[in-house]
Design a protein around this ligand. Structure first.
Ligand code: PLP
Length: 393
């Protein structure tokens, strides 16, 4: 006898993985250069040189300590460096003892959902959304309430949102820059969200926490501003990761920040830490606690993502695709050329284009293009996108 829920999660098909595997099989048949795989969100640019240099230096200088356990929420010196960096860069006014280091944004989110959830609690999520949120929220015993997408600009449908907030709402999740739309919420969007949350918290007599999932915080393009969310809404909890900003997804390093001003902040931090303990997310990888904290003011060179975005947005628009321009991350979320995005993704395969259907992100009628790939591949893919569009004429 095993847990049916876990068995279900362990055996459920992942559309993204299936596409990726299909791409590998197809590459073996027709050559890698003839398959245009836009399925995965693995950063394509290397980490800054300082990352590897720091890792090598630490391995040489501290061979007897660098692999040791640290304290459960992370080494004190690493946490202090992150806190100082956030203060310097955002005026965050944060202290090391409100940072909990863990294995990426995924674990950060799980610790927060598990730490906050009481029986009957709900978390609101805006489509399009990172599908693992549902797994994480339900895994914590809470209910996910999904707000349909605002498809003109992928900001927030505030009418739908206001209608969904209730006494059961424990938190609201945002992800900006966004996976899968690449859109950055404007300051006006965040201010309106903050205003509603403040009013609703007062009306229901308890704080509604804003969980800001920020793995793409630094992956933003020229002229785009990503506001520091805790400045706009006091009860914000930040979940961060170095997977994208430093191109380190396999090293599994991120953190939770419970800012000083958060309501019942000491309890929230204690509960998040307790959730980390209960889930086994203690003592994040010690080498990379040090490496990331020594390199946390750096970002990988994301110029190629911007080049790729510009090329794709202008080319696809010329071909007649409807595209909302992303301000960051490395995803584009155009409308599919027929209402059924799954059928559209299947048709795209005939042109060797691997595009992820939007249904899994809560936004049917769209597909996700991960453009963290070589620019040359994008150039070579353009005739395929054109042929795909022409096939609908
Ligand atoms: N949140 C979003 C929106 C993501 O896109 C991802 C990964 O792609 C994660 C969280 C998880 O990232 P991590 O590698 O830090 O666990």
């Amino acid at each position: 006898m095993v847990s049916e829920r876990m068995k279900g999660l362990g055996t459920a098909r992942s559309v993204i993985r299936e596409l990726f595997e299909y791409g590998n099989a197809r590459a073996a048949q027709i050559g890698r250069e003839n398959v245009f795989d836009f399925s995965l969100g693995n950063p394509s640019v290397p980490s800054p040189a300082a990352v590897n240099e720091t890792a090598i230096r630490l391995l040489q200088e501290q061979p007897d300590q660098i692999h040791a356990y640290t304290s459960a929420p992370g080494a004190a010196d690493a946490r202090q460096r992150f806190a100082s960096s956030l203060d310097r860069r955002f005026g965050a006014n944060c202290t090391a003892d409100r940072l909990y280091l863990t294995v990426g944004a995924a674990a950060s989110l799980c610790c927060v959902f598990n730490g906050l959830t009481c029986p009957g609690d709900e978390f609101i999520v805006f489509a399009p959304y990172f599908p693992e949120y549902k797994v994480f929220i339900e895994g914590a015993g809470a209910k996910m309430v999904l707000i349909p997408p605002e498809i003109q600009g992928f900001q927030i449908d505030f009418d739908a949102f206001e209608g969904a907030v209730s006494e059961h709402t424990k938190g609201v999740v945002i992800n900006t820059p966004n996976n899968p739309s690449g859109v950055v919420y404007s300051k006006a969007t965040l201010e309106r969200l903050a205003q509603i949350l403040t009013e609703k918290s007062a009306a229901y007599g308890h704080p509604i926490y804003l969980i800001s999932d920020e793995p793409y915080r630094e992956v933003v393009y020229t002229g785009v501003e990503v506001p520091w969310v805790p400045h706009l809404y006091r009860d914000t909890i930040v979940c961060y990761s170095f997977s994208k900003s430093l191109s380190l997804p396999g090293e599994r390093l991120g953190y939770i920040l419970v800012p000083q001003d958060v309501t019942e902040g000491d309890d929230v931090y204690a509960a998040v830490s307790g959730a980390g303990r209960s889930l086994g997310y203690v003592c994040a990888p010690s080498l990379f606690q040090q490496v990331t904290s020594l390199c946390c003011d750096l970002t990988s060179d994301i110029q190629v993502y911007e080049t790729n975005r510009d090329l794709l947005v202008s080319s696809l628009r010329e071909m007649g695709y409807h595209v909302v321009e992303p301000g960051g991350a490395f995803y584009l979320f155009p409308r599919s050329l027929e209402p059924d995005d799954v059928a559209f993704s299947e048709r795209a395969k005939q042109f060797e284009l691997l595009l992820v259907p939007g249904t899994g992100f809560g936004a049917p009628g769209h597909v996700r293009i991960s453009y963290c790939v070589q620019t040359d591949m994008i150039r070579r893919s353009l005739p395929k996108f054109k042929a795909l569009a022409d096939s609908y004429k």
